[in-house]
Design a protein around this ligand. Sequence first.
Ligand SMILES: Nc1ncnc2c1ncn2[C@@H]1O[C@H](COP(=O)(O)OP(=O)(O)OP(=O)(O)O)[C@@H](O)[C@H]1O
Ligand SMILES: [Mg+2]
Length: 238
Amino acid sequence: MNAPLLVAHTITAGYGRMDILHEVSLDVSAGEIVSIIGPNGAGKSTAFKAMIGLLRPRTGRVLFNGQDITGLRPDLVLRRGLAYVPQGRIVFPQMTVLENLEMGAYTVRDARRIADALEAVYALFPILSERRRQRAGTMSGGEQQMVAIARALMTRPTLILLDEPSLGLSPKFVTLIFDKLVEMKRAGYTLMVVEQNAARALAIADRGYVLELGRNRFEGSGAALLADPEVKRLYLGG
Ligand SMILES: Nc1ncnc2c1ncn2[C@@H]1O[C@H](COP(=O)(O)OP(=O)(O)OP(=O)(O)O)[C@@H](O)[C@H]1O
Ligand SMILES: [Mg+2]
């Protein structure tokens, strides 16, 4: 069994003096898709923020590749190979698709590496190659989400955390985004995904976690969680 690529161990974190996460533990091993589900306000986005350095855990540890990255600055976390796609498909609307992707490579100096990353990203998202000169703000919601994901891939991260990648998209684009996550896994990326669309997120996941009220509630293989009567009743609409 491989050592996990990322381990969040008993993280307590919050905003101001209020704790939102209470000793939350999550991990992901190389090559896995791990999905995190749970009700609104459960602390899913907060958990991601605490793992990538946007929020300093009050207690607990975050290890990436065996190294302690607890509280390390987000740009330094990114340089180590841990990328993050925030909730809300944020793109630079006035910039073209290509410029958005180049922004994603801001930590990379080597032009050859940037060219290689662009090629890999276009292979995964051919539509972005076709639309490279289009302003990102004029694209559909689903296309903008692809830009946001592709931009995060420009550093060739080993692990990518995606917060609600399908949120607010039309059914066609929801399916497309889930297909892309599976394609990314096949291409060698390791993924941790927070999703409202719990059933689909568990269906593509090797393992999953349910968070509730800032605590670990359930965990197991994607298939086991999908089949669990409690999980079904509480989180999968019966
Ligand atoms: N910047 C902030 N300042 C203060 N409180 C915050 C902040 N961000 C989030 N919270 C609070 O932390 C709690 C957890 O929020 P979080 O965004 O992590 O939940 P979530 O599980 O991602 O929910 P959702 O499914 O709605 O995205 C909520 O009660 C929220 O109001
Ligand atoms: Mg959230």
